[in-house]
Design a protein around this ligand. Structure first.
Ligand SMILES: [Zn+2]
Length: 189
């Protein structure tokens, strides 16, 4: 069936098909669904740690050539043992501190509702999505998603159950006429 069928199969959208207006309308509708948080849940991304000075022992940093004294700072909660080995940083004076960020995304728990993008389709066809979830989000968050070492989906219910996942494969662009969104597969930790 072409887009220019006669009145008996008149489709009110036929004048909009392939038009820039429909593309914009679609994007506005989906953007609204995401931004108004009708369909989204808060997801906490955890990023790999950056190294900071250990707060349990001396701030002197061997990285700049000073000798590590392993002297406990006042108020430290973890004892510095006699073997001159800080139990927190193991004498390195450095600790890895993870950072987190909350992003709102649409989780699709049921694989039958997944967007049938390339990577997802192979799993859908194999009917083997055990422990996997697909998220839908704006493409602008792609850098954060790729940097995250884990995600907790729906922090609203984390006091009841913790849905922790790690990324599976690469996020895939999706959209209507332009790639404004991404789907991402996550595997349960
Ligand atoms: Zn330390």
């Amino acid at each position: 069936m072409s887009c220019n069928d006669n009145a008996s199969t008149y489709n009110p959208f036929s004048q909009m098909i392939n038009s820039e207006a429909l593309k914009i309308l679609f994007k506005q509708a989906v953007d609204y669904l995401i931004s108004c948080r009708t369909c989204t849940v808060p997801c906490r991304l955890t990023y790999p740690g950056i190294y900071e000075a250990c707060t349990n022992c001396s701030q002197q940093n061997p990285a700049i050539g000073k000798k590590h004294t392993n002297v406990a700072q006042s108020g430290s909660r973890v004892p510095v043992y006699a073997a001159n080995q800080c139990s927190v940083c193991h004498g390195t004076n450095l600790i890895s501190v993870d950072s987190t960020e909350i992003l709102y995304m649409i989780p699709l728990w049921d694989y039958k509702q997944w967007f049938n993008t390339g990577l997802s389709s192979s799993i859908i066809n194999a009917r083997n999505p055990d422990g996997m979830v697909q998220t839908f989000s704006k493409i602008e968050v792609l850098p954060q998603i790729k940097r995250a070492k884990s995600i907790r989906i729906d922090t609203n219910i984390e006091q009841y159950t913790k849905h922790d996942f790690e990324i599976y494969g690469e996020p895939e662009p999706i959209g209507f006429g332009e790639s404004s969104y991404i789907t991402t597969l996550w595997k349960k930790l």
